[in-house]
Design a protein around this ligand. Structure first.
Ligand code: F6P
Length: 341
C-alpha cells in the first residue's frame, strides 16, 4: 500500500523522529511505500510531495523541526479544498494518510476519515493539550527549555532584586507553565484555565522579596486577569481562526513594577521552546507513535489516532481525540499553588 504522511500546525521537536519511524516500519517491515507531503495540508492541496525511503530519512532521529515543512493551511477554508485533496490522493495512488498534528490538523483528518479516506492520526503539540493521549511529544522538550530558563533567571533576578516574568507557550492549556513552574520553583504560575487576581500575584511577589529572594512569575501566553481580555500584541488570526498570542508577559511585568515598586522585566521564551533537538523522552514517544501509526494503517485502521495511555500505545477514535482539549485540572494547579510566594 502507499501511505501519505504530513506534518501540520506549529512544529515541535520529535516530528522527524515520527517520520523516520513510520518510514522504517512501513517500508522495511510492512512492505509499504511512503510519500511525504510538504507543508501540511498545503502539500496535499497543491500535490507537492516526495517519496520517502530509508535513505531519505537517515539522521532524522535527533533533528528538530520537520523535514517535510509545516503550515497552518486549512483545506476546508479553501474554495474547492476538499475536492483538491481527494484529487491529489487519487492521482498519487495514496491508500491511506498519516497526518501528524494537533487539534486543527487532526480535525481535518477526522473529516477526511468521515468522507471515506483511510486516516490514522499522530498527536503532536508542545502544549500537551490534546485529549485522549496522556502526553504528546515535544512537550517534554519544551518543559526542559523553560525549566532551564527559570533556573538561569533565578540567579540574575536575585542579583538585581527584580521581578522576572517568564512567558511560555500555551494557548488554551497551561501544561508547560505548570510543569516548568513546578520544576523551576516559580513564585507564581499563571495558566489560561484559571483567570488570575493581580492583587494576589502582587502579594506573592512581595512575600518573595520579604524572604530575601526575587520572584519568578511563569505565565502562559493564553493566561488573562480575572474579568480581563487575552493579550495579543498583533491581533492576527490563522486559517483556523486562532488569534496570535503573545504579550501578556510584557503587560504583566509593567503592572507588577508599578504595584510592587520594584523593577520588573519580561522574558518571552517563544519559539525557543519549539526548536532544537528533542529530549530522549520525546524521541522515544515519537518513535513509538510512528511505529504504531504505520502498523495501524497497514492493518486497515481508519478514523483513529495513536495515543499514549500509561506506558502503552493504543488507538483511540479521532472523534474522541478532537472532541475537546485536555486542560489543567484544578487539583494539579492546587499542587503547584502550595509553593506560591
Ligand atoms: O499550538 C502550539 C503553539 O506552540 C501555541 O502554544 C502557540 O500559541 C502557537 O503554536 C504559536 O504559533 P505560531 O508559531 O504559528 O506563531
Amino acid at each position: 500500500m502507499r501511505i501519505g504522511i504530513l506534518t501540520g500546525g506549529g512544529d515541535c521537536p520529535g516530528l522527524n523522529a515520527v517520520i523516520r519511524a513510520v518510514v522504517r516500519r512501513a517500508v522495511v517491515q510492512n512492505g509499504d511505500e511512503v510519500v511525504g507531503f510538504r507543508d501540511g495540508w498545503r502539500g496535499v492541496l497543491d500535490d507537492d510531495a516526495l517519496v520517502l525511503d530509508v535513505t531519505a530519512t537517515r539522521g532524522l532521529l535527533p533533528r528538530g523541526g520537520t523535514v517535510l515543512g509545516t503550515s497552518r493551511t486549512n483545506p476546508y477554508a479553501v474554495d474547492g479544498g476538499p475536492e483538491r485533496l481527494l484529487a491529489t490522493l487519487e492521482r498519487r495512488g495514496i491508500d491511506a494518510l498519516v497526518p501528524i498534528g494537533g487539534e486543527d490538523t487532526l480535525g481535518v483528518a477526522r473529516r477526511l476519515a468521515e468522507a471515506g479516506v483511510r486516516t490514522v492520526g499522530v498527536p503532536k503539540t508542545i502544549d500537551n493539550d490534546l485529549a485522549a493521549t496522556d502526553y504528546t511529544f515535544g512537550f517534554d522538550t519544551a518543559v526542559g527549555v523553560a525549566s532551564e530558563a527559570i533556573d538561569r533567571l533565578h540567579t540574575t533576578g536575585d542579583s538585581h532584586h527584580r521581578v522576572l516574568v517568564v512567558e511560555v507557550m500555551g494557548r488554551h492549556a497551561g501544561w508547560i507553565a505548570l510543569h516548568a513552574g513546578m520544576s523551576g520553583g516559580a513564585t507564581v504560575v499563571l495558566v489560561p484555565e484559571r483567570p488570575f487576581d493581580l492583587d494576589a500575584v502582587v502579594g506573592h511577589c512581595r512575600r518573595r522579596f520579604d524572604s530575601g529572594y526575587s520572584p519568578i512569575v511563569v505565565v502562559s501566553e493564553g493566561a488573562r486577569p480575572a474579568g480581563g481580555e487575552l493579550v495579543s500584541s498583533s491581533g492576527e488570526r490563522d486559517a483556523f481562526g486562532h488569534v496570535r498570542l503573545g504579550g501578556v508577559g510584557v503587560w504583566l511585568a509593567a503592572e507588577l513594577e508599578e504595584r510592587t515598586g520594584r523593577e520588573a522585566r519580561a522574558v518571552v521564551l517563544g519559539h525557543i521552546q519549539r526548536g532544537g533537538t528533542p529530549s530522549p523522552f520525546d524521541r522515544v514517544l515519537a518513535t513509538r507513535f510512528g511505529l504504531a501509526a504505520a502498523d495501524a494503517v497497514h492493518e486497515g485502521a481508519s478514523g483513529v489516532m495513536v495515543a499514549l495511555r500509561g506506558t502503552d500505545i493504543v488507538r483511540v477514535p479521532l472523534t474522541e481525540a478532537t472532541a475537546g482539549l485536555k486542560l489543567v485540572p484544578l487539583e494539579r494547579y492546587t499542587e503547584v499553588e502550595t509553593f506560591f510566594g
